[in-house]
Design a protein around this ligand. Structure first.
Ligand code: 5AD
Ligand code: SF4
Length: 465
């Protein structure tokens, strides 16, 4: 078997980053190892996302760049996978004559076969079939890279919720959950390879296992919490309608579960929420937030908001701003509404002008920046447990006077998912804080991160969280 090279370009969400790892894992037994530029590659895979705006445009502009490479190297194999591939199917082949493979969201584990077929007999292949069983493959998960301490683990795929703005149910198919046994086995393998933190992934993890009659999500979390050697558990994304009291209670009783939840609200107006088919009201959302804070007072809550949904009035938008103020999120992703192929809202009347959407976006972001900074400032003087993810040489990012910038600084995240930078301490770090849980006293707050100094307590081990 000759060593071969694959370059994987990922557009989009965490789900796609994870799929790209699975793609790499599946191709490895064929001799493919990953390289960091398409110029070095025998095989180029573009893994696409349709949830974000201008997805298609990004795909064709990347493919346009690959056309030149294919002219220089006619043996180069080019494949497109992910949501856009699922959505567009064969028509991508028509628009990009130098493209060899189109594979959909359910064809990731069949990609090695498709590549083999092109290698041996050529041809242009399309595989966008949906399967009704979840994709499992012994060799699909690639091992973590050296020094990697955090990893995603998909627990389910697809979505049955049909929010009216969203393309996911059409490109990722119906909701399907992996069995707890498979999930736990994967996490144990990851931990054995050095992983300390896992993020459980699904479009709506709160409905995990329901359809299949497996255990529910809270029970799955308990099983993951019992995995030896694992330090931290995170999960994303949660749908507010499905968040149960049992799950909320996990934030007080599971020692490895991080004190952070991403709970997309999308709008502060019940009228808009109904038109989005979200199946909860503003009041229900606020009740869930209160219940979470009752069991875990310092839980960090982040969210997604769409501004300029068709028919959103000034009053509706004011309600979104007032919800943002009332909840005081720790962070927000704000999106301007845009039509997605197949999503029902594309046909809704009263589309907002781009300028109005942009203005609303800026207003929400401005409000959230003030709240985030206040929340960060409130942490000054506290001590936070930071799981160290990496380091950088002298950096000006910490906004500290140049003479005080240390030669080397470490960074990691608190249980509440906040980024903390701190300087190296010679003689204490033993050359590396990597992967260690370090108590850091917070000294300065910035809009996107915190800065502090490591403190070392005599009383022995600090709590994991
Ligand atoms: N327009 C704008 N934002 C969208 N999102 C999903 N679909 C659209 C759309 N059509 C946002 C939602 C979701 C996040 C991942 O992307 O806020 O939670
Ligand atoms: Fe899309 Fe709604 Fe499913 Fe989230 S829950 S993936 S927004 S349809």
């Amino acid at each position: 078997m000759f060593p071969k090279t694959v370059y994987i370009h990922t557009i989009g969400c965490q789900m796609n980053v994870y799929d790209s790892d699975r793609i790499a894992g599946g191709l490895a037994p064929m001799g493919y190892h990953r390289v960091s530029t398409p110029e070095q590659a025998d095989l180029v895979i573009l893994n696409t996302c349709a949830i974000r705006e201008k997805a298609e445009q990004k795909v064709f502009s990347f493919l346009g760049r690959m056309a030149g490479l294919k002219r220089q190297n006619p043996d180069l194999i080019i494949g497109v996978g992910g949501c856009v591939a699922q959505q567009e199917g064969r028509s991508i082949l028509d628009r990009a004559p130098y493209l060899d493979i189109v594979f959909g969201t359910h064809a990731v584990n069949r990609l090695p076969l498709l590549v083999r077929q092109v290698e041996t007999s050529g041809g242009r292949l399309v595989d966008v079939a949906f399967s009704d069983t979840i994709q499992e493959s012994a060799s699909c998960q690639s091992l973590p890279a050296a020094g990697q301490i955090s990893s995603f683990v998909t627990i389910m795929q697809g979505c049955d919720n049909y929010c009216t703005y969203c393309v996911v149910p059409y490109v990722r198919g119906r909701e399907m959950s992996r069995t707890p046994e498979r999930i736990i086995a994967e996490i144990q393998e990851l931990v054995a390879a050095g992983i300390l933190e896992v993020t459980l992934l699904g479009q709506n993890v709160n409905s995990y296992g329901k359809k299949e009659g497996l255990c529910d999500f809270a029970e799955l979390l308990k099983k993951v919490n019992a995995v030896d050697g694992l330090s931290r558990i995170r999960f994303t994304t949660s749908h507010p309608k499905d968040i149960s009291d049992k799950l909320i209670a996990c934030f007080s009783c599971l020692d490895k579960l991080c004190r952070h939840i991403h709970l997309p609200v999308q709008s502060g107006s019940s009228r808009v929420l109904q038109r989005m088919n979200r199946k909860y009201t503003r009041e229900i959302y606020l009740e869930k937030i209160a219940a979470l804070r009752a069991v875990c007072p310092d839980i960090a809550i982040t969210s997604d908001i769409i501004v300029g949904f068709p028919g959103e009035t000034d009053q509706d938008f004011e309600e979104t701003l007032s919800l943002v103020r009332e909840v005081a999120f720790d962070g927000l992703f704000v999106f301007m509404y845009s039509d997605r192929p197949n999503a029902p809202a594309a046909k809704f009347p009263d589309k907002a002008p781009e300028a109005e959407k942009a203005e609303r976006l800026q207003q929400v972001l401005g409000l959230q920046d003030t709240i985030t900074l206040q929340k960060h400032q409130a942490l000054v003087g506290t001590t936070q447990m930071v799981l160290v993810e990496g380091h950088s040489e002298r950096s000006s990012a910490a906004d500290i006077s140049p003479d005080k910038i240390p030669d080397m600084q470490w960074h990691g995240r608190t249980s509440t998912h906040k980024i903390v930078h701190f300087p190296d301490v010679k003689g204490v770090s033993d050359g590396s804080f990597m992967g260690r849980l370090v108590a850091v006293q917070i000294e300065r707050a910035f809009s996107h991160s915190l800065w502090g100094k490591p403190v070392f307590r005599e009383e022995g081990r600090c709590s994991i969280r």
